[in-house]
Design a protein around this ligand. Structure first.
Ligand code: ATP
Ligand code: MG
Length: 133
């Protein structure tokens, strides 16, 4: 608990590394197969956004315990351009790169808790937590 793992995200391969590491940590913590798949998907979407929009950044994994509940928290952090309209970015189908625009709203649905902090010209921090039942 309280042990944070940080993975630098610079290229495509780092997405694979982050997925594997996140999955492994969550598995050791007791998450079952279906949750591991959801967590891995969330990691993919957030790290892909880092590469696409911010060029590079970091993803952090943390095993947490709050109010007697255990959870897996992931935090993606970059110093890219920031998101102008967070509400819009969370709508299905909104994309500034003609992509599907399902990444962020997907992560919000897949995880239990979700939060975006973004400042134009400074960067973006997305925090998402999955609780262990
Ligand atoms: N880390 C980020 N920095 C800056 N802008 C971002 C970041 N992540 C997302 N965005 C903005 O939010 C929009 C929506 O992101 P989302 O991941 O939902 O869709 P997408 O990346 O465009 O498409 P998809 O993920 O489905 O391939 C992006 O098009 C982009 O404009
Ligand atoms: Mg995306």
């Amino acid at each position: 608990m309280g042990n944070i793992v940080s993975i630098p995200i610079i290229n495509e391969l780092d997405i694979v590394v982050a997925r594997q590491k996140g999955r492994e940590m969550a598995k050791e913590f007791g998450f079952v197969s279906i949750d591991l798949a959801l967590i891995a998907t969330a990691i993919s979407e957030l790290t892909r956004n880092i590469i696409t929009y911010a060029t590079n950044g970091n993803i952090f994994f943390e095993l947490i315990e709050e109010h007697g509940r255990k959870g897996f928290r992931l935090i993606s952090k970059d110093e890219g351009p920031g998101i102008e309209d967070i509400k819009l970015a969370l709508q299905d189908g909104y994309s500034t790169t003609s992509s599907l625009g399902l990444g962020l709203p997907g992560v919000k649905r897949l995880m239990d808790d979700f939060d975006i902090q973004s400042v134009m010209g400074q960067g973006t921090i997305v925090t998402a937590t999955k609780w262990l039942n």
